[in-house]
Design a protein around this ligand. Sequence first.
Ligand SMILES: Nc1ncnc2c1ncn2[C@@H]1O[C@H](COP(=O)(O)OP(=O)(O)O)[C@@H](O)[C@H]1O
Ligand SMILES: [Mg+2]
Length: 294
Amino acid sequence: MTTDPADTSATPAPAAAGPAAVREAVSCAGLTYAFGGTRAVDDLDLGVHEGEVFGLLGPNGAGKTTAIRCVTTLLPVPAGTVRVFGHDAARERMAVRRLLGYVPQQLSADGGLTGRENVALFARVFDVPRRERAARVDLALRAVDLCDAVDRLAATYSGGMVRRLELAQALVSAPRLLILDEPTIGLDPIARTGVWEHINAVREATGMTVLVTTHYMDEADQYCDRVGLMHRGRVRALGTPEELRRGLAEREATDTLPTLEDVFRDVAGSGLDDNTGGGFREVRSTRRTARRVG
Ligand SMILES: Nc1ncnc2c1ncn2[C@@H]1O[C@H](COP(=O)(O)OP(=O)(O)O)[C@@H](O)[C@H]1O
Ligand SMILES: [Mg+2]
């Protein structure tokens, strides 16, 4: 294995696994990350297959952001291993970074720059070769349908446009793995659909792998090939949305297909009741308890 300062190759290395193995874009084994006494990520095992859209789902505080920050190398890997296309995130950080685009949960676009300037900045930071930069910036902006707004300050954009601009920033380096943390949080339904459609269009055109976190279970159901339901630092259930929903229907012997949210409540069990509360957790767990008792 090469260490990062020496590794200047821009071409992705083959995965460490043998040729017959399923190609894993991301694999985490025993990943643990604690903030003081809080185990945000607790012995997490996770595999994201090459080419799929994988959704890491869970309520606030489940550990989603911490886990993906370890994958992006923004946080160290204190315990366990994280590999991105076979590269060790702890020992080959630059090689990992070259393979991925990242849209963080917090705002990453600069309102004082135009759309084009924002994307051009990322092209420089991510080392897109100078002679390719202008074309790649245009391509990324076109992919998210922002051509008409490229010369306006990002401060004038709507929420959905800002999210698409951030998507363009992450796409400009032509990543093999796109990581998005809550890409649709706070957007209205039309803007949310727009963001997903652009993600899917780029995925179809390039075959890139997408790892996305969300607490919108309905979106994950619609757009993710597979999902991992995360609760208290660990993935508690994994599969296609269909598999998970059918699995619960069989366990509960019901005719109506449960939602992913129902599946989540089922795997998280009573653990959802005693947390810091909020959102669907309280409502749904209350309803569930009522149903169990009733
Ligand atoms: N910088 C931090 N310092 C201390 N605790 C943190 C920090 N970031 C996250 N945590 C804690 O780690 C846990 C997981 O948080 P996070 O990974 O942000 O979850 P999610 O993205 O699923 O909402 C939470 O209990 C949160 O309070
Ligand atoms: Mg988060």
